[in-house]
Design a protein around this ligand. Structure first.
Ligand code: ZN
Ligand code: ZN
Length: 251
């Protein structure tokens, strides 16, 4: 089991951090979680070849989480990828994603690898490989838009994910709406949580498994020093402020 923090920045573009993205690796499968603006360059920075990626999961459709996708597919084509690529997306967004890629001239017959958009939904155990599976839950991150889209049929889905990788459980909150979303899953070995839409104090009190190793990501440059100071003064070694390129590995 290996987790690589490809990007640990927030929605605010930064020279210190790429937008949030993780690579979750089992012995047989490489799953990229989110592919926002600049993802191809972020992968280059972390020395991750484009073509090893087997699947991409998009948690939600804010630009810092998905707009790098067409560019990444083009990079894969230029790098002569041949193995299939699965793109996991909530069922309500699969049609949009298909149109988005088509309109970006990602045309399947011009690609040597299969691009398979996989619709996912809550309550289903999704099993890309024998040693890597995941379930998703809807969180409240974009509920705030409900009034603005009343007259349009626009899906407002943002996903939190529980991965099972080589027998370990990793809870990735994705972008959330508040503290209550930290409780969407309660049994995990690793908690990877964003730190833009919840306070440090909310995170500390919201950790349901006190034994878990906790990594903070989606970090605003302006919040970094304060977060680091709070972690230091709490003497809590199980909480780590992630940085781009950080790797967690368990044999
Ligand atoms: Zn974000
Ligand atoms: Zn977001």
């Amino acid at each position: 089991m290996k987790i690589t923090f490809v990007g640990t920045g927030s929605g605010s573009t930064s020279l210190k951090r790429y937008h949030s993205s993780l690579l979750i690796s089992s012995s047989s499968y490489e799953m990229l979680v989110d592919a926002g603006d600049g993802i191809s360059r972020a992968l280059l920075s972390s020395n991750i070849p484009y073509n090893i990626i087997d699947g991409i999961l998009i948690t939600h459709f804010h630009p810092d989480h998905f707009t790098g996708l067409p560019g990444l597919l083009v990079q894969m084509k230029m790098a002569k990828k041949e193995t299939p690529l699965d793109i996991y997306v909530h069922a309500s967004k699969a049609g949009f994603l298909e149109d988005f890629l088509f309109n970006s001239y990602i045309l399947q017959d011009r690609y040597d690898f299969n691009i398979r958009i996989k619709s996912i939904d809550t309550f289903f155990d999704i099993k890309p490989a024998n040693d890597l599976s995941f379930v998703v839950q809807e969180n409240s991150h974009i509920d705030k838009y409900r009034e603005s889209v009343l007259s349009r049929n626009l899906s407002l889905v943002s996903l939190s994910v529980l991965f099972s990788v080589d027998g370990r459980k990793i809870f990735y909150t994705g972008d959330i709406g508040g503290k209550a979303d930290l409780e969407l899953f309660n049994r995990y070995d690793y908690l990877i949580t964003e730190s833009t839409h919840v306070t440090y104090e909310e995170i500390v009190t919201g950790i349901l498994n006190k034994e878990a190793k906790v990594y903070l990501t989606h970090i605003n440059d302006s919040d970094e020093e304060e977060l680091q100071n709070k972690i230091k003064s709490a003497h809590n070694p199980s909480i780590v402020l992630a940085t781009d390129g950080l790797v967690i590995e368990e044999k």
